[in-house]
Design a protein around this ligand. Structure first.
Ligand code: SAH
Length: 482
């Protein structure tokens, strides 16, 4: 097999090449870059070995030598290795050094070009890097080289004289000195400058100024990396042809909570309306092997989520009669309904599906009782601690573990609105952020059942769709945000 040096594109997962995506889906080994994004790796096979070269254990990035060695090592095994790199692998990506290392080791490789942030971030901000009559050439330069240092390999004075468009990568920290060097070499202080942070991503932001002002403007705005700086008259063209602002959901960030495969239709429609879409966590329930439990010896069995009843029944040997002597308590109506599905009726149900609510109901009646709590591995200890405190003898059994089908970060919670298309998407979001107060969330619900789950779990509802389908949901998003 071969090692593939694949460009991931500038950030938006929709901007990878068809060949690049196909290779990710077939990869045995995926070696990731810090700028490769967190969505594309989700396309890999479940058994694909993923190596995060940008954030190795201990959170220190792997050295280039270690990455080269890693590619050679896995390339030798005959595995299909994909080295996924932000933008284009050969534009300041050190992809050429990786190619050299592979050539040196006698391992075949192929380069799959990517859309470089150097042209994509300006384009996504409405800035053309060339424009007839304004700029006939564009220079892509690293801002890593400090113009103030004598050993710099970049001839900033020559770049200033050459005019045209200058696109600076990796230069946010050195903006003041770069601007000063260009002005000193004769570039007009009023030359327009634009900075595009997080180009093509939901968090994209554009800051503009002139060569004379940009360092101060950027400092004021708190501009951070990754960002591309565009210097030249083309920056002003944005005022005429910038299109993103004209779409009804321009500048809006929406979190979509559907399972990935189903999300695409909704994601596509929101994206077409100008929104940036973040995938919110959806949940996989992974059953855990348990020791046989003597469930008949408990006075009270507490079931904590709709996932638990079926797994509990399996853990006690499939015969519900074992529980005949125990009272059954369920967190929330959803859990009670799941109990009924396996032929069990809860004696006590909390109205809201949170541990606090059930604890309140149970605290004054469990003293001296033997209590079994059946729950998820990662559940909070509020219930066992609270019941123990109330005098109960508590055993806990972890029946399953939840895994998130999308990485959990704060992105979805910071979105302008979060769409919910079913009660299970509500539960997934709540499970992903157990410690967070979600009552202030601008949730958009597809219909009454979903809204009921949101109320029960304390998730904020900004709007419920009039028509309970995707059209209705999109209409609700437009009503709320356009
Ligand atoms: N090979 C990459 C560049 C790697 S160097 C490419 O072709 O895009 C890393 C630099 O790229 C960052 O410091 C930043 O200047 C730029 N960059 C990468 N992704 C970006 C993005 N989404 N928005 C703005 N700049 C980005």
């Amino acid at each position: 097999m071969t090692v593939f040096l694949v460009g991931a594109g500038p950030g938006d997962p929709g901007l990878i090449t068809v060949r690049g995506l196909d290779l990710i889906r077939r990869a045995d080994v995926l070696v990731l870059d810090r700028l490769a994004g967190d969505q594309l790796p989700l396309e890999a096979r479940a058994d694909c070995l993923q190596i995060d070269a940008g954030k190795a254990p201990g959170r220190v990035a792997m050295t280039q030598a270690a990455i080269n060695a890693c590619l050679v090592e896995h390339g030798r095994t005959g595995a299909l290795v994909v080295r996924l790199k932000g933008g284009d692998p050969f534009v300041f990506g050190r992809g050429s050094e990786e190619a050299e290392a592979l050539r040196h080791a006698g391992i075949d490789y192929e380069v799959v070009p990517g859309i470089s942030s150097s042209i994509a971030a300006p384009a996504a901000a409405g800035i053309p890097v060339t424009h007839r009559g304004l700029s006939t050439h564009v220079t892509i330069v690293t801002g890593h080289e400090d113009p103030a240092k004598p050993e710099t390999q970049t001839d900033w004075a020559a770049l200033a004289r050459a005019g045209g468009t200058l696109v600076v990568l990796m230069g946010v920290g050195r903006l003041a000195r770069i601007a000063e060097a260009l002005i000193n070499a004769g570039r007009a202080p009023e030359t327009p400058v634009g900075i595009v942070e997080h180009g093509t991503l939901p968090t994209q932001r554009v800051t503009t100024g002139t060569l004379a002002t940009i360092a101060d403007v950027a400092a004021e705005a708190g501009v951070g990396s990754p960002a591309v700086t565009i210097i030249g008259d083309v920056v002003a063209v944005r005022d005429q042809i910038g299109w993103t602002e004209r779409l009804p959901l321009a500048g809006r960030v929406l979190a979509v909570t559907r399972a990935r495969a189903q999300a695409d239709g909704l994601t596509r429609r929101l994206t077409d309306l100008g929104a940036k879409v973040i995938s919110a966590p959806t949940i996989l329930t992974v059953p855990l092997a348990t020791e046989p439990i003597d469930a008949g010896s408990y006075d009270l069995v507490v079931v904590t989520s709709p996932n638990t009843p079926a797994l509990l029944l399996a853990a006690i040997g499939g015969d519900a009669r074992v529980l005949h002597g125990a009272e059954l308590a369920a967190i929330g109506p959803g859990t009670a309904a799941a109990l009924r599905e396996v032929g069990l009726v809860a004696d006590l149900v909390s109205e809201r599906a949170v541990a606090e609510a059930l604890l309140e109901r149970l605290a004054d009646r469990v003293a001296g009782k033997r209590v079994l709590i059946a729950r998820a591995e990662e559940a909070r200890d509020l219930l066992p601690d609270g019941l123990t405190h109330a005098g109960a003898l508590v055993d806990v059994i972890a029946l399953y573990r939840t895994e998130y089908a999308v990485p959990v970060g704060d992105g979805p919670l910071a979105a302008d609105a979060v769409t919910f298309t079913s009660a299970s998407t509500v539960r997934a979001l709540v499970a992903a952020y157990p410690e967070r107060d979600l009552s202030g969330l601008a949730g958009i619900s597809i219909g009454p059942v979903t809204s009921a789950a949101m109320r029960e779990l304390g998730v904020g509802i900004a709007l419920e769709a009039d028509e309970h389908d995707l059209d209705g949901l999109v209409a609700a998003v437009l009503e709320l945000l356009s």
